[in-house]
Ligand binder design. Structure first.
Ligand code: FPP
Length: 254
């Protein structure tokens, strides 16, 4: 892990400022729909509008990486119609928004297991990643068919394969080298993890990467989450003093 964010021993407790990487568990679509007597799928559709809002706002606030948890491996256990809707929504999002994202300099990466995804969806994902690969603005990371434990097992498997192939010595497998086998190898760890809807769980999201993240649990349901809610979470984050397991500067000083 990088020590870059450790407090400087200058006697001032640094506030956290603007997070470089914000990761969001977009929760509450079903309840939003239920409250209105609508099918859950309409809550997910409404949730896509929030995705657009949040992507735009993250760019405006100077956030470098935005990760959104769009479909978990556990979500396969939902009714077949809901799973189909969530798959259809990713297709729809890529079809309808990719041109805009390309134009707005957003770079897309999809993390998660790819083996279980339909061929046409895989093709669309690869196309979205390919068409935005040259962009250097906001990094939009969509966690789709993602589970933290699954990612860790896949990473461990890749590391084992590297050892078996003789390209990695077992003693060179460290926290830093292991990180390179994760789906998120290119990205800094999340500074701020937000889960909407008031649920206080992390649900298998970015388990390795969030070891020192700050958390925020707004009660707002995802379809209602807007720029002002996002700003509230950012303002809350800005007040945090991050210590990464060390002690406050004032105590550390002799
Ligand atoms: C959790 O709410 C949300 C999901 C399982 C899916 C999130 C998906 C979207 C916001 C739309 C897809 C976006 C893209 C970009 C493809 P829930 O259904 O668990 O809500 P509940 O807890 O109220 O039932």
């Amino acid at each position: 892990m990088s020590n870059a964010a450790l407090p400087e021993p200058d006697g001032v407790e640094p506030a956290a400022g603007v997070p470089r990487h914000v990761a969001i568990i977009m929760d509450g679509n079903g309840r939003w729909a239920g409250k209105r007597g609508l099918p859950r799928t309409l809550g997910h559709r409404k949730g896509v509008e929030t995705v657009r809002r949040v992507v735009r706002h993250a760019g405006e606030r100077g956030i470098a990486v935005l990760t959104l948890f769009a479909f978990s491996r556990e979500n396969w256990n939902r009714p077949r119609s809901e799973v189909s809707e969530l798959m259809a929504l990713l297709r729809h999002f890529i079809r309808s928004d990719l041109d805009d994202l390309v134009k707005n300099n957003v770079k897309i990466t999809v993390i998660g297991g790819r083996a279980d995804l339909a061929d046409d969806l895989l093709q669309m994902i690869e196309d979205a990643e390919g068409r935005t690969a040259g962009n250097d603005g906001l990094e939009l990371v969509l966690a789709f068919n993602y589970g933290g434990r699954d990612e860790l097992v896949r990473a461990a498997r890749r590391a084992a394969e590297a050892v078996a192939a003789g390209t990695l010595a077992p003693q060179d497998l460290t926290e830093e080298t292991f990180t390179r086998f994760l789906d998120t190898a290119r990205f800094p760890d999340p500074d701020l993890v937000i889960r909407t809807s008031g649920e206080l769980r992390i649900s298998n999201f970015l388990l390795w990467q969030s070891a020192y993240a700050e958390y925020c649990f707004p009660a707002t349901l995802w379809p209602d989450f807007d720029a002002s809610h996002f700003d509230e979470a950012l303002a809350d984050y800005a007040t945090r003093q991050r210590r990464f397991g060390a002690v406050p500067v004032s105590i550390a000083k002799p």
